[in-house]
Design a protein around this ligand. Structure first.
Ligand SMILES: [Zn+2]
Length: 163
């Protein structure tokens, strides 16, 4: 039994070597670098919200957007924040007529993350209810999609929340 020990050691050393070799091989295969960002858009017939949409307080809407990626979609987030100060973002959809700049009193702020099933394309569908006691006015609807590599793409849409 004592003589088995060095033999086992050699064996495990070989196994280790094989595992290392295998790992480095499979790692090389994974090293096909993903340089493509995912895409996300509401620019199609059922996409929502479209630029300049009016959203009524107390109403529930279904967000619809198309997302795709070359490797796999990992997650998306929805963020709605006020644009009472007329700020802008990259990737913004058509500009809409804005109400005069004003101070926020009780602005609607929505931010939530959702996981995706690593598919190559998915239509995002998510219900959102606009609360009752929030400031009406100009808002940005911000949709962000992340792929399995960590690349992120965003779409910003101007919307108005009305009574
Ligand atoms: Zn904004």
């Amino acid at each position: 039994m004592i003589k088995m020990k060095p033999h086992l050691k050699t064996l495990s050393f070989l196994t280790m070597g094989a595992i290392l070799l295998f790992n480095s091989c499979s790692k090389n295969n994974d090293d096909v670098v993903d340089t493509e960002k995912p895409t996300v858009s509401v620019n199609y017939d059922n996409g929502f919200p479209q630029a300049c949409s009016l959203l009524q307080r107390r109403h529930t809407y279904t967000i619809r957007a198309r997302a795709s990626d070359n490797v796999g979609l990992a997650a998306y987030s929805i963020d709605i924040h006020n644009n009472f100060d007329h700020h802008t973002h990259d990737n913004q959809e058509a500009e809409c007529e804005l109400a005069p700049i004003k101070d926020a009193v009780n602005p609607f702020l929505f931010m939530k993350n959702y996981s995706m099933e690593n598919g190559l394309s998915q239509e995002i569908q998510q219900e959102i209810t606009i609360p009752e006691n929030i400031d009406t006015g100009d808002y940005h609807f911000h949709l962000s999609v992340t792929d399995v590599t960590g690349w992120q793409s965003s779409a910003y849409v101007d919307v108005k929340i009305i009574e």
